[in-house]
Design a protein around this ligand. Structure first.
Ligand SMILES: NC(=O)c1ccc[n+]([C@@H]2O[C@H](COP(=O)([O-])OP(=O)(O)OC[C@H]3O[C@@H](n4cnc5c(N)ncnc54)[C@H](OP(=O)(O)O)[C@@H]3O)[C@@H](O)[C@H]2O)c1
Length: 321
């Protein structure tokens, strides 16, 4: 079958290790199912894997892709919760010490077919296209957990999102607006700032801009480039929720401000299956449709990741086998 695989690690030139070509068909051990992929979206996670941030002893070549929607062997339309847990684990999936993400150890979904634990299948609502459903299990799930479960945002909360056009950023804007949250964003171009406001952001600022007032919560996935601004932007007693480091992972930390302002800094990875089910319900109830930058054929995955590396996207890139 056709698949986008990681064949080797290259920290400086991640796409050098990416190949789109033939890969063996998946097989499903007991308790697993084969899903025919109808759409899979691209994520920075795939680029981090190609740079070598994934598990060191994982097999190569390995299919990339953690955001998948398709049809299972019984003909059910599904999306896939992409956290693979120890079979004995019973608590919140994200807290399993033996957790991995689809494509970390097991082949991911940028392929024609994928094998996953059957318990990871979540019914896809009929009114949601495969392309939109394939945006939910990674960036949108992470945004949902950051905003509602960790930041506790409700109607009237003010949240600063660092970034305007990214997968997580566009999800935070739309989910926040649907819940009555005042979402402010920073965006690197006037065009992205305007598009963010059109999508539902209450205001958009250039990176590092002085805000009209401090915010209750900051959603951070950019890292080094925005960290100092996030620390200044949050009010006393507020929270910074961190899920990424696109621009670098070692910004200075003003410890004095953390304790004097009683800040909380909370890290998070993805979300539980329950979070994903809640997210799907919210998306359907509020008739939300994740913004899609472009739908591309699976064969053009390389060009898609190039656009992601260049920061040219507004919303998700979705590949169709
Ligand atoms: N921990 C988790 O579970 C989890 C889950 C999902 C994503 N992530 C991570 O979160 C990050 C964002 O994911 P995504 O899906 O939203 O990625 P994306 O779609 O590629 O978006 C990148 C975002 O970063 C913003 N950005 C601002 N300054 C930047 C800079 N100097 N360099 C690069 N980007 C900058 C961009 O802002 P503009 O709008 O101005 O371009 C854009 O909003 C990635 O690093 C990803 O690995 C983590």
């Amino acid at each position: 079958m056709l698949a986008a695989t990681m064949n080797r690690v290259d920290p400086d030139d991640p796409l050098a290790g990416l190949q789109v070509g033939e890969h063996p068909e998946p097989t499903a051990p007991e308790g697993w199912s084969v899903v025919t992929v109808r759409a899979a979206s691209l994520n920075h996670h795939d680029i981090w894997s190609l740079r070598g941030h994934g598990p060191r002893n994982a097999p190569l070549p390995r299919v990339l892709g953690s955001d998948v929607a398709g049809v299972d062997e019984s003909g059910n339309e599904v999306l896939i919760h992409s956290l693979i847990n120890d079979p004995a684990w019973t608590g919140d999936e994200v807290l399993d010490p033996r957790i991995s993400m689809l494509s970390d150890f097991h082949d991911g979904g940028l392929a024609e077919r994928i094998a996953v634990p059957t318990r990871n299948l979540v019914p896809k609502p009929a009114g949601l296209s495969f392309e939109h459903a394939a945006c939910l299990p990674t960036a949108w799930l992470t945004a949902y957990r950051m905003l509602f479960v960790l930041a506790g945002a409700t109607a009237g909360t003010t949240v600063l999102m660092q970034g305007a056009g990214g997968g997580v950023a566009t999800a935070v804007i739309m989910l926040g607006k649907a819940a009555g949250v005042r979402v402010w964003v920073t965006g690197r171009s006037e065009e992205k700032r305007e598009r963010a406001v059109a999508l539902g952001a209450a205001a958009a600022f250039p990176p590092g801009a002085r805000l009209p007032e401090r915010v209750d919560a900051v959603i951070e996935t950019v890292g080094a480039a925005t960290w100092a601004h996030s620390m200044k932007a949050v009010r006393a007693g507020g929270i910074i929720v961190v899920a990424g480091m696109t621009s670098g992972s070692h910004p200075p930390l003003d410890i004095e401000r953390v304790y004097l302002a009683n800040l909380r800094i909370v890290g998070t990875t993805m979300g539980s299956r329950h979070d994903l089910e809640q997210l799907v319900r919210l998306v359907v109830d509020q008739n939300l449709r994740p913004p899609i930058h472009e739908v591309i054929p699976l064969a053009e995955t390389q060009a898609g990741f190039q656009a992601m590396l260049a920061g040219d996207l507004f919303g998700k890139l979705v590949a169709r086998p």
